[in-house]
Design a protein around this ligand. Structure first.
Ligand code: MOS
Length: 702
């Protein structure tokens, strides 16, 4: 092997597939050229609860070019018990409005769409319940919250500690339903050949999708291949097999031809899963200097009648700040709605909005600067369980953020700064996200010409994962990047963890590094011997190593700073500046890291000011389900956005030393903006989004 080049890790590099994407050469799930292809179009249920009593497909079938209409009466059978949300077209029961109850297959997409409109469905309806409320009679305590946290925790005596506190905050915060809107919708091309199923699918991890399809269709895993070469975003909504891939596979089996099926933008609002609305009561009791003695976070969210999804909303509060007396609880209600699902920083994101808002209220109540308040309450060990932190640099993020932002001379008085019509304010919030990893496999092959091919079924959902793993591999092989090729996004490759939980880079680079190290050892053991013509391959799994991790509290941290201006007459909110400083272990590629962090921050701003799923109780469905009515912040909505990171070497993580950056950018952003709006106006908005009517109708809080 040649001498190690200057390392690739830590250097900015554009995405390997960037050129293919901007030139249109990159293939997404329904863009592969394919002979004999047909088109599927889904039909959503128009009832919120009940049964299909009659399915009239005559008019749809009568259209030229229509091949078939699949529904519960004629669709191929699926195995039950895999995932009730995926037990599609099997039963006449309707569990929520918008549930996919039929699929039209036609020669053209236009014919399929038109035929879907002609499918007539009658329902025996039952009364439905679709609105979350803290007074709902169906509130219950789930056995655990996602992914496997205890539902409730208690240490010390919260009630006594809170009663005895000199300063108390007791506030209830609400967040609405949020809908994931990746640029590419859930989309699949499915094809059967000789009893084998091949799908090109838009997902965040094709190994688990392969396993789920095999189970649903009663096939051995090897009979299913799932390709997800390029994916136009997911944010969690493609974190496991979802309806589109199952429906495309069913339809392709029925018509015995390839089927392309892409959901429409409107169809993403609900059936793919969404962030549950939350109702969160936070209580903080502190001494006059703002040292927290008692903290309690009670979170209420919703799930469906089909299956339980228990968002871990209050888990953020368990480990974030100090306090001897602590309690957290989660309660759920089963409603006649689609099952909620993952959305960027599930749990942490809405939970941090509540806790970091309450911290701001405590800072105001104590007369302590909100940066200083957080510094004073920085715990030395994880308050939830007492484990040491592998590294915890929240305070460093707050200090560096304050310095860069120009926080030092801030006058804390709310509603005191004005520039013409604009009321000006600044706000801060803490941010954290767990740093975890999951077992993955990887393989690397040395070719006789001195090049290498790395293979792992990682998924690049637009994050730059492919590029980052390529950089990591080059360094692990100690060769220039030009000699390394990387393949991801195909279930025929060594199986790997999904692009989720901010665990992608940690999990995948672990396996890639071990495979590359193994190959170097093999090459070193045979000096002077040429690599055989067929290449030399090393396969690894990190399962044992990941399981053997020391029990430590591992988190990434961040500090979010926001500047807002609020129109004193109209209540319009503008965000001239967002600044985040993060401590997230090693940053492999500053270009792609920055886009993850500012993307998360922009999404957090969207949550603060724009996004709101508005449910119409009469129909049990969201009223706003397109980009005209469900507003999502774009880059142009933030005037100046900065993401910085601290150098952080943490040897207790994984071989690459990374903590994950996909989600922490959104955590805390909404609170920082809400806190800035309070600073600007004196109005504390405790129910997102911060619409102008909420600023105009309410008297200043304090
Ligand atoms: Mo993310 S919500 O873990 O895909």
């Amino acid at each position: 092997m040649s001498a190690p080049p200057a390392g690739a890790v830590g250097r900015a590099h554009p995405r390997l597939e960037g050129r293919d994407k901007v030139t249109g050469a990159a293939r997404y799930a329904v863009e592969y050229p394919m002979d004999d292809v047909t088109y599927g179009w889904v039909v959503p249920a128009a009832a919120a609860r009940g049964r299909i009593s009659r399915m009239d497909v005559a008019a749809a079938l009568a259209l030229p070019e229509v091949l078939d209409v699949l529904h519960h009466g004629n669709a191929p059978r699926l195995a039950s018990g895999v995932d009730p949300e995926l037990f599609l077209l099997q039963e006449p029961a309707v569990h929520y409005r918008g549930q996919f109850v039929a699929v039209v297959v036609a020669e053209t997409v236009e014919a399929a769409r038109e035929a879907a409109r002609l499918v007539r469905i009658d329902y025996d309806t039952e009364p439905h319940s679709t609105v979350l409320s803290e007074h709902h009679p169906g509130l219950y305590r789930p056995d655990k919250v996602n992914p496997s946290f205890p539902t409730d925790t208690a240490e010390g005596d919260f009630d006594a500690g809170f009663a005895a506190a000199e300063v108390r905050v007791d506030a209830t915060y609400r967040t609405p339903a949020y809908h994931n809107n990746p640029m590419e919708p859930h989309a699949t091309t499915a094809r059967w050949r000789d009893g084998r199923l091949l799908v090109q699918d838009s997902n965040q991890g094709s190994s688990p999708v392969q396993a789920t399809l095999a189970e649903l269709f009663g096939l051995p895993r090897e009979a299913v291949r799932v390709v997800a070469e390029h994916v136009g975003g997911g944010f969690g909504s493609k974190g496991s097999a979802k309806a589109a891939v199952v429906l495309a596979a069913l339809a392709a089996r029925q018509v015995d031809r390839p089927v392309r099926l892409a959901l429409t933008r409107q169809q993403l609002f609900g059936p793919i899963g969404y962030r549950t609305p939350t109702i969160q009561r936070v209580r903080l009791g502190a001494d006059a200097d703002g040292r927290i003695a008692a903290v309690c976070h009670d979170a209420i969210s919703q799930t469906s009648t089909l299956t339980e999804f228990a968002e871990q909303t209050a888990v953020y509060t368990r480990s974030m700040y100090a306090g001897r007396h602590r309690r957290t609880t989660h309660r759920l209600v089963r409603l006649d709605v689609p099952t909620p699902f993952w959305m960027r920083a599930p749990g942490e994101c809405p939970g941090a909005y509540a806790l970091e808002s309450a911290m701001d209220e405590l800072a105001t109540a104590c007369g302590v600067d909100p940066v200083e308040l957080r510094v004073r309450n920085d715990p030395t060990v994880d308050p939830d369980g007492g484990q040491p932190f592998s590294s915890r640099n929240l305070v460093a993020c707050l200090r560096e953020g304050a310095r860069r932002f120009g926080w030092a001379d801030r006058d804390p008085t709310p509603g005191a700064r004005r520039d013409g019509r604009w009321l000006l304010g600044t706000g801060v919030a803490g941010s954290s996200y767990p740093a975890r990893a999951q077992a993955s496999d990887a393989a690397v092959t040395a070719a006789p010409d001195g090049t290498f091919e790395v293979r792992i079924n990682a998924t690049d959902i637009g994050t730059g994962a492919r590029t980052v793993l390529w950089q990591v591999a080059a360094d692990a092989l100690a060769v220039p990047v030009e000699r390394v090729a990387i393949r991801v996004g195909d279930s025929d490759l060594p199986p790997a963890w999904v692009a989720g939980g901010s665990m992608g880079t940690a999990s995948w680079s672990w396996a890639v590094i071990r495979a590359c190290e193994g190959l170097r050892d093999r090459l070193r053991d045979a000096p002077g011997r040429p690599v055989p013509a067929g290449g030399l391959t090393v396969d690894v799994s990190t399962a044992d190593e990941v399981r053997a991790l020391r029990p430590l509290a591992r988190y990434a941290y961040g500090a979010q700073f926001a500047e807002v201006r609020v129109d004193a007459d109209t209540g319009e909110v503008r965000v001239p500046r967002l600044l985040g400083v993060f401590a997230a272990g090693r940053v492999v590629n500053p270009t792609t890291a920055r886009s993850q962090l500012i993307g998360g921050m922009t999404m957090g701003m969207s949550m603060a000011l724009h996004e709101e799923g508005v449910l119409d109780e009469r129909y049990g469905d969201w009223v706003n389900h397109d980009f005209a009515t469900y507003h999502i912040s774009a880059c142009a909505d933030v005037e100046r956005i900065e993401a910085h990171w601290l150098p952080e070497e943490d040897p207790e993580l994984n071989p690459a030393g990374v903590k994950g950056i996909g989600e922490i950018g959104i955590v805390g952003t909404a609170a920082a903006i809400a806190n800035a709006v309070h600073h600007a106006t004196g109005v504390r908005v405790r129910d997102l989004p911060i619409r102008l009517d909420k600023l105009l109708d309410r008297p200043p809080t304090r």
